[in-house]
Structure formats: structure tokens, C-alpha cells
Design a protein around this ligand. Structure first.
Ligand code: IMP
Ligand code: MG
Length: 181
């Protein structure tokens, strides 16, 4: 694996596709175990979570589950704007259901906090949060994801769904911004 460059910024390999695959399978097993006898609705937060959601949903084939999609946006370039915009609403009725929100990354936590509040108002039985990546040092909200792929430091990363201004989502591995590059 080699370095990649976007918008003049250089990124180096950080988490390989193989490592991601193995971890997603483990998370799938945990969810299958916790959701035995339930029919959860997975809610994939677009755009960034779609590769993770695709893998995680299929890692849960031993439960009867559904998936839906919503679109949110809070980042501009390499930093959070702090304002979460809802780009696409949810049409499914989630009343009385177990909901598993699938995020690519929990950074400041604003996205997941606002989304959880919005979903809570629709009276689900339970809301769980599954995130591929978690930056606890960046957290500004009282949120705790239930299923975490990798805990990482407060660094900017791309690949496997994560973008820099819409680019790099199609990288198979995860890359980190090189410091002082
Ligand atoms: P939060 O609302 O600050 O927790 O940020 C959540 C959203 O910001 C994620 O769903 C990502 O779209 C984006 N984000 C946060 N950190 C990164 C990063 O390191 N790379 C790319 N996108 C990020
Ligand atoms: Mg996102």
C-alpha cells in the first residue's frame, strides 16, 4: 500500500481492508447475539457509512433484519461545521422497533446526538449505534456508541466511505493524513 494525495494533502496507509473485514465480522456476531429474536431496522447514515453498512448488514445474516438509509452532512473539508443538516428523511415507521444506526465515524458526536434525538421522538423500542470508527478525544456530546470497530486518535482519515470533500470514498483501505507533510 502506498501514500495517496487529494487536494494537495498526503495520506498514508492506516487500517487495511483485511483488518476492517475481520473486525466487521466480529461486530456482526455481537449484533446477532444481542438481537436474537428481534427484527432490527438498520439505518445507514449516508454518504460515508455505505461500505461499512453493506458489510455489517451482511455479517448479520443470522438475524431477520431490514435496512433503511438517511442522508446527513456536517463536515466541510477536514473539519466539522458543528451543524448537522438532514438531507433525506426516514420514511419507515420505527415505533416499537429496535433500531441500529450505522455510522462511518463518531467524531464530535453532534451527528449521532441530533440523529438519536430525532429518532427517539418516533418512539422506537431501542436505539443502538454501530460505528466503524470512534475518536473519543474529539467528542463534544454525551454519546457512547454501542458497537465500535476501531477507536482512533483525533486525526483526519479517508477511505472505505470516508471522504475529503466527496473524494476518496472508494479507497478499499483507510488512510490517515500525514502530519507536517
Ligand atoms: P460528528 O458529527 O462530528 O461526530 O461527525 C460525524 C461525521 O463527520 C461523520 O459521519 C463523517 O462524515 C465526518 N467525519 C468525522 N471525522 C472524519 C474524518 O476523519 N474523515 C472524514 N470524515 C469525517
Ligand atoms: Mg458521515
Amino acid at each position: 500500500m502506498k501514500e495517496v494525495t487529494y487536494e494537495g494533502l498526503t495520506f498514508e496507509p492506516y487500517i487495511t481492508r483485511e483488518t476492517i473485514d475481520a473486525r466487521v465480522k466480529e461486530l456482526g456476531k455481537e449484533i446477532v447475539r444481542d438481537c436474537a429474536g428481534k427484527t432490527p431496522l438498520f439505518i445507514c447514515v449516508l454518504n460515508g457509512a455505505f461500505p461499512f453498512a453493506s458489510d455489517l448488514f451482511r455479517a448479520c445474516e443470522d438475524i431477520d433484519a431490514e435496512i433503511a438509509f438517511i442522508r446527513l452532512k456536517s463536515y466541510e473539508g477536514t473539519g466539522s461545521t458543528g451543524v448537522v443538516k438532514e438531507m433525506l428523511g426516514l420514511s419507515e415507521n420505527i415505533e416499537g422497533r429496535t433500531v441500529i444506526v450505522i455510522e462511518d465515524i463518531v467524531d464530535t458526536g453532534h451527528t449521532i446526538a441530533r440523529l438519536t434525538e430525532t429518532l427517539q421522538a418516533k418512539n422506537p423500542a431501542d436505539i443502538k449505534v454501530a460505528t466503524l470508527l470512534f475518536k473519543p478525544e474529539a467528542l463534544e456530546e454525551d454519546v457512547k456508541p454501542d458497537y465500535v470497530g476501531f477507536v482512533i486518535p483525533k486525526k483526519f482519515i479517508i477511505g472505505f466511505g470516508l471522504d475529503l470533500n466527496g473524494r476518496a470514498r472508494n479507497l478499499n483501505d483507510i488512510y490517515v493524513l500525514k502530519e507536517n507533510a
